[in-house]
Design a protein around this ligand. Structure first.
Ligand SMILES: [Mg+2]
Length: 184
């Protein structure tokens, strides 16, 4: 199968890295361990100027080159890339591409079919998608209604009612394995 998998908030912990960089640069005291309680939490707790800095100088200073992997992502992707064609599909800015490719080759040295930077994730045709953003799974369902659009449950998307949902990588791998058996 073709699997289309999001990066930030699914494979790696963008929130933590963004908060660390903001705290260091602007001497803030945002909680570096906690997860965003809702989607726009960081943006609402800093100034417009700081938010703009994060997406310009922050990107240039390697925000996307030094992210932590989320639990379970490494082993699950190691196995899934053996058995399936896996695309990493992200809405990161184009300026992040070099760091994204560097980070994936360093931390996930597996056989990916591609690393795609796009806002229209449905342009990449896949059988199963995994994403943590409600608007993304909705758009994928609208454009690719025969695929499976799986929401990765995080604290900041708890309000959103969806089916199917997985709570972690064990859940996602199990979901893929069930589909495999159904398709044989
Ligand atoms: Mg995401």
């Amino acid at each position: 199968m073709r699997l289309g998998i999001d990066l930030d908030g699914v494979i790696c912990n963008w929130t933590k890295r963004a908060i660390q960089m903001l705290n260091a640069r602007f001497e803030l005291d945002l909680d570096e361990c906690g997860e965003s309680p809702h989607w726009d939490w960081i943006e609402e707790n800093i100034t417009k100027k700081q938010w703009a800095w994060l997406w310009t100088a922050g990107v240039e200073r390697g925000m996307f080159a030094t992210l932590e992997l989320l639990p379970g992502a490494f082993s699950a992707l190691q196995r899934l890339t053996r058995d399936h064609r896996v695309f990493l599909i992200t809405n990161r800015p184009q300026a992040s591409r070099r760091d994204t490719i560097y980070w994936v080759s360093k931390f996930l040295p597996f056989n990916f079919q591609g690393i795609v930077t796009t806002k229209e994730k449905w342009e990449i045709e896949c059988d199963v998608y995994l994403d943590d953003k409600p608007e993304n799974v909705q758009a994928l369902r609208a454009h690719r209604f025969t695929s499976y659009q799986v929401l990765f449950r995080r604290q900041y998307n708890e309000y959103f009612d969806w089916n199917p949902i997985v709570n972690n990588w064990i859940g996602f791998e199990r979901y893929v394995r069930v589909l495999e058996r159904r398709l044989v």
